[in-house]
Write a protein that binds this ligand. Sequence first.
Ligand code: GDP
Ligand code: IMO
Ligand code: MG
Length: 427
Amino acid sequence: MAGIVIIGTQWGDEGKGKATDQLGESVDYVVRYSGGNNAGHTIVVNGETYALHLLPSAVLNKNVIPVIGNGVVIDLGVLYEEIDGLLARGIPADRVLVSSNAHIITGYHRVIDKVTEKFLGKRKIGTTGRGVGPAYADKVNRVGIRVQDLFDESILRKKVEASLEQKNALLHKVYNRPAISPEEVSDELLSYAERLRPLMADTSKVLNDGLDAGKVVLFEGAQAHHLDVDFGTYPYVTSSSPIAAGACIGSGVGPTRIDRVIGIAKAYTTRVGEGPFPGELLDEVGEKLRSDGGEFGTTTGRPRRCGWFDALVVQQAARVNALTDLFLTKLDVLTGWEQIPIVVAYDVLGVRHDTMPVSQSDFHHARPIYEYMEGWSEDISTARSFTDLPEAAQVYVKRLEELVGVRISGIGVGPGREQTVMIHDLL
Ligand code: GDP
Ligand code: IMO
Ligand code: MG
């Protein structure tokens, strides 16, 4: 086993952090390849909770080399805060390697993220407000600032000036906001440089050299398939490519080096921010799922929208990402229901759909068609093997496996690192 990708199969917050941390015990490198500090990955180890936004989750495993790949957008203030927070807790997080090609989120990206959302009003995306979208827009628009630019002051100042020229006109004339001083932005970025120098690396080379030497690299996805800018519920998506193929682009490792793609799926469905969600439960059932599952965002604290497991959503993720395994999380949260519905099809204006509709307009009109499974009442948080689970829970898991068409190799039965039922080895 050499390259292993972990991705979210729904709309984020599936428990990618926990799965990454757990596999982190047996790998050599862990790489974040997309997104920025819009991600929030919570890990619980020996009762201690860690909330990570930029650092790869396996940073907690001291033998792992954590890497931030070129596909990530980095808010350096946030990165340093996160490193310092972990250092204070005895985790040597300052060993992280940062790609020289990664793009930087600056104050103006955060401002533009917020004013754009405000301007959109009812049509807003519900972003995390961290400046992620505008930073990716600048990257594609070829006016972005990269990590390596911080080490050439004159180039940096020119680039910031060029990037701000148009933005200041927009901020001032369209949004009626004060212009942003390019000097102040450059000064702030330059103040980060000294600390960044020992972390900066050609991370693509580091990872490929590692793979050549027989090391194992774990690619930790952020966000999820249905937030992907190409395959997600556009425009209610993030601005990067969280899908498995994004692991190659965002790290500089070729596709032939990826051996396994593990999709993380919650045993039910959640979504934060705006956008279509056919199975959303707006009643007391959704309320109960939210409170039982503690479904409040790690990054913004927003309540997550909840629904039952949607097999069509995970099926599509399985296909596009060529999943080899599924890791089902939060099965313990479903304990106590007499019946557990699964979304097995949609009704779109009277027409049954067994796969996700090809058009977004149809998806907006999709209503869930359920199949009902028997629930269980036993506490499953101490289960460690499949046969420890009550029969109804086993039947539920097997039915999900059948509907999605990918083997379920692990099951989360609690937030703790050890609260996992392993069915097939993932490494
Ligand atoms: P991520 O963004 O995919 O890493 O997921 P988040 O960390 O945002 O949200 C998942 C939440 O569920 C976190 O609070 C985890 O501690 C928690 N969690 C992960 N796996 C399980 C599980 O199997 N059972 C329970 N009860 N909680 C879990
Ligand atoms: P993790 O890695 C859940 C959502 C936002 C919004 C949309 C665009 O913890 O699973 P952005 O700030 O990226 O421009 O917002 O994407 N979003 C997430 N939802 N989990 C995440 O990350 C998310 N990252 C972004 O809520 O709807
Ligand atoms: Mg999260």
